[in-house]
Design a protein around this ligand. Structure first.
Ligand code: PDD
Length: 277
């Protein structure tokens, strides 16, 4: 059985259960991170820890461990499970307390972490996926990686019901991101993506791709764009920890550009590949 970090120790999966009164369960009152593991190492670990600490601070949650302690715990899990290529999931909830909305006076935050094997989504990366556009009904702090994911869950289920690979979300015609990844489009060789404000998650893959574009001499801008610009794009792709860079070749049943992964997407995929140790 896999081992899980729960609260203050490693336990076999069969013993990893939480209280019915955990605020994560009642309110989605907590935060999380998903890390990529390549060759047994956490990819962009510092960026994930920075974001974790920011999410915690912004919801007034004190993390139960310092960054170095969390890092030790995640490394221990990877060693124990011999995970070479996969993911680490971790979350911290505000802890166990009788159900009442305000922060409990004396609850102790509860951390959960485990790792799993996961192959890179090579097929999707090569052939691309389809997407459908939907209104972004999430709250106004999408920059926080919180456990409140019902907006993303409903969006992703709509995609599944439509037989599409993902959903592209928009607020009144301004494109934000996908259900669990960021979105970029390419027009006349230049990359466009929504600014890292409160309406999107500040994706770590997004930041890597923007850096790579700069290094490659590809013009990249963080600017909001409309559904019309999305429909007129030459290329579109999503970015995320587990997905890396996945081309979107069809949107609402219509081809993006020529309906195949485009040259800028390919170049960025190649440069991304080169950052994998
Ligand atoms: N999702 N936007 C949203 C809404 C996300 O949930 C994610 C990550 C991203 C991409 O961020 P990053 O490049 O840091 O993974 C963008 C994770 C993987 C998840 O919920 O499973």
């Amino acid at each position: 059985l896999p081992v899980i970090w729960l609260d203050d120790r490693l336990v076999p999966e069969s013993e990893a259960s939480v209280s019915y009164s955990d605020r994560g369960y009642y309110f989605g009152d907590g935060i999380y991170e998903v890390f990529r593991v390549y060759g047994g190492h956490l990819y962009e670990a510092d960026a994930h820890y920075d974001r974790l600490e920011r999410s915690a601070r912004e919801i007034g949650l004190g993390l139960p461990y310092a960054r170095t302690e969390i890092d030790d715990i995640l490394r221990l899990l990877l060693e124990r499970e011999h995970v070479q290529n996969g993911t680490v999931y971790m979350q911290v909830t505000r802890g166990v307390a009788p159900r009442s909305h305000p922060f409990p006076a004396d609850a102790k935050p509860v951390m959960l972490a485990y790792c799993s094997d996961a192959a890179r989504p090579i097929h999707m990366m090569q052939t691309g996926i389809s997407a459908v556009t939907r209104p972004d009904i999430r709250w106004l702090r999408c920059d926080l990686k919180t456990l409140n994911l019902l907006g993303s869950v409903l969006a992703k289920q709509e995609a599944a019901d439509q037989g599409a690979g993902d959903v592209i979300l928009h607020r009144d015609g301004i494109v934000t991101e996908c259900s669990a990844s960021n979105l970029m489009i390419v027009k006349d060789g230049a990359v466009l993506t929504h600014p890292a404000d409160h309406l999107i998650l500040h994706g770590i893959t997004r930041a890597v791709v923007l850096r790579l574009a700069g290094e490659q001499g590809i013009h990249a801008r963080e600017r909001a764009f409309t559904l019309e610009e999305l429909r007129a794009a030459d290329e579109a792709f999503l970015t995320g920890t587990t997905m890396e860079i996945v081309p979107i070749v069809q949107i609402d049943g219509l081809p993006v550009g020529v309906g195949e992964p485009g040259p800028v997407t390919r170049r960025l995929q190649q440069s991304f590949e080169a950052t994998i140790p």
